[in-house]
Design a protein around this ligand. Structure first.
Ligand code: NDP
Length: 253
């Protein structure tokens, strides 16, 4: 049975990758999903079409995160879209998935790059939560996509890992504040997960990355999307403030 019928969801960065898979998965459970993207409108539309073909409901919403006015701009459009489709501006599920990697070593990252990583990965999720809480009914769900790199050393991604460490703090402190409203907030930490990055086309590199997981393969977007969908359901009502390891056993060492 569909577990999210009557719910609405915003998944940031769902034009591709794990966000896309999460949007599709939440729609399969019956949620009306806002497929948020920044640059790739065609990709976001493709996600909407694929949800609709499957009998689900979704719409695309654009907005660059990590810049002044980002959250208010996004919510102005989102509220209109929600009202049009549901007659209300209730938002039951927020998935903070959009994120940027650094890809530069600690010896060469610039202050501008550092600020950008924090603006998109940590600051935007904080203010999206702050804003979304005005629309979120009791029993709502907030899910933040962190990274196994908060517990797995990689000197090439220190600034990125710092930003995800900051993101993880949201679950701890907001969980306490939102308990009375039965709103849960959790961090999901993926390991290496297939996305559009060309490294996933190089078999030797994929084999090496696969070796990091206890299961001997890289993660697929759906591996993480299933975890996100579960946390969004009523069945996950007793889990809040958690770090959910969705790395396929990469953190086992
Ligand atoms: P992708 O890089 O494939 O996609 C990123 C998505 O975020 C796109 O939809 C993109 O939109 C959107 N986005 C990026 N920057 C912005 C911005 N400034 N404003 C608005 N939207 C933005 O994502 P992945 O599936 O690889 O990663 C999803 C999340 O998982 C991220 O938070 C990432 O840090 C995390 N993660 C990823 C891992 C991996 O191995 N892939 C491992 C661990 C964590 P558009 O393309 O339309 O511009």
């Amino acid at each position: 049975a569909e577990r999210l019928t009557g719910r609405t969801a915003l998944v940031t960065g769902s034009s591709r990758g794990m966000g896309r898979a999460a949007a599709i998965r939440l729609a399969q459970e019956g949620a009306l999903v806002a497929v948020h993207y920044n640059r790739d409108e065609a990709a976001a539309r493709e996600v909407v079409t694929s949800v609709e073909k499957d009998g689900g409901r979704a719409f695309a919403v654009r907005g660059e995160l990590g810049v002044d006015g980002d959250v208010d701009g996004l919510f102005a459009v989102l509220e209109e879209d929600l009202r049009e489709r549901t007659g209300s501006t209730d938002l039951h599920i927020l998935v903070n998935n959009a994120g940027v990697m650094g890809g530069v070593g600690a010896d060469e990252v610039t202050p501008e790059q550092f600020d950008r990583i924090f603006a998109v990965n940590a600051k935007a999720p904080f203010f999206l939560i702050q804003r979304a809480l005005r629309n979120m009914p009791d029993g709502g769900r907030i899910i933040n996509i962190s990274s196994g790199l908060t517990r797995f050393a990689n000197p090439d991604e220190i600034a990125y890992a710092m930003s995800k460490g900051a993101l993880e703090q949201l679950a701890l402190h907001f969980a306490k504040a939102l308990g009375p409203r039965r709103i849960t907030i959790n961090s999901v930490a993926p390991g290496i997960t297939r996305n559009g990055n060309p490294v996933f086309d190089i078999p030797e590199v994929v084999e090496q990355m696969a070796g990091l997981s206890a299961f001997g393969r890289v993660g697929e977007p759906e591996d993480v999307a299933d975890v996100v969908a579960f946390l969004a359901t009523d069945e996950a009502r007793w889990i809040t403030g958690s770090f959910v390891d969705a790395t396929g056993g990469t953190l086992l060492g």
